[in-house]
Write a protein that binds this ligand. Sequence first.
Ligand SMILES: [Zn+2]
Length: 133
Amino acid sequence: MTKAMQNKYYYINSEDRLSKEELLFFKNELEEKKEKIQKNLDKTTKELNANVIGDPKDEADHACLAVDNLTNNAIVKEQYNTLNQINRSLNRIAMGTYGVCNLCEETIDIERLKVKIFAEYCVSCREVIEKQR
Ligand SMILES: [Zn+2]
């Protein structure tokens, strides 16, 4: 067993890990977000398609789309991005690694997770990573 693995087991069993209730809270939050984004994406995709075939539902939609299709695509991209992050986080919850720093494997502070629900690094590791960029 490598040292990193030992650390992981240690932290997974340690008491400062998120409780089942806390994990459930984040899971619900994530699933809610996911649902919203999927609805949004469905809507945006329909609007984009409507624009392509030149048959918008009403004038306002048409004007809005005509103004900047690029913006719309950027929003779609952003939403897919967020969706990916949500799926990653949900996966981490399922694997039991949610709330554990990817780098040092310390438990990420719950207050930080409440602000940044997709956080995969603790504050100090995040700082190190950002400095490297
Ligand atoms: Zn860390």
